[in-house]
Write a protein that binds this ligand. Sequence first.
Ligand SMILES: [Zn+2]
Length: 281
Amino acid sequence: MLRAGAVALANFVIGEPLTPEAQAETRRGIFDAHLHIPSDNGENFQWHLVTRNMPEFVAYLDKCGVRRGVISSSWSNKAQTPEDYRQGNREVAKYADRYKGRFRGSCVITPFRIDEALREIERCRKEYGFVWLGEFCNYMTGYKYDTPEWAEVMKLATKLNLVIQIHTNVREMQSLAEKFPDTSIVFPHLGGNRDDIFARIAIVAKHKNAHIDLSGSGIERVGILERAVKEIGADRVLYGSDFTINEPSAVIARVKNAFLTAEDREKILHRNVERLLARAG
Ligand SMILES: [Zn+2]
């Protein structure tokens, strides 16, 4: 509902603060769609270590007001062998279980030995209840998304109705969104420069299977979140931080201060990812 004096422009509401109820709801519920845990093997994406283990990781999220999230293992992202990503996914399962209700686990593989990779995705779904794949980062171990092997990963994600989160450049993003219209894809990051940001928003707007998470570059440019919501709609824009690399509370601050309706901010901060997870699997 509009407060007296608030100015409504289409679905933008300028000057409307969150109601006390919405503030309470948001504090209870902020859900981060993009978290990398510090691995038990010492692997950690943080450039200078300040949160070295799970208790420190969780304590920092508490400080930032992030109550829940999807977690994946950097051990899996950097895997040189299938055994590496299996170990990474096992530690995710362990922590998703230890922090039940707080974290949902995500499976990460590399597609080099594709049969083993597909088996691991199935096992993570069946044995650990993971309905999320990724974040996949092909640049870390040097694979491509335009190969028959990657198409197998996409097909299995579609068949099992999993959400798949893929770090891409604009060209890869365009191609995946077009080729796999029945797959729920989350593309992290708005983009590093103006052209990239506008192109990435346009691709997500056009493909109803696509979503964007707000982690990384782009969110710090005031107005870009509002543009994303205007072009895409509020239902396919997700809060994500990329912690342990990036600061979770910076993105939250931009969402809270944005010229959006209270309802849209709630969708971004937790409802959209809840809906994706509820529909998956
Ligand atoms: Zn990431």
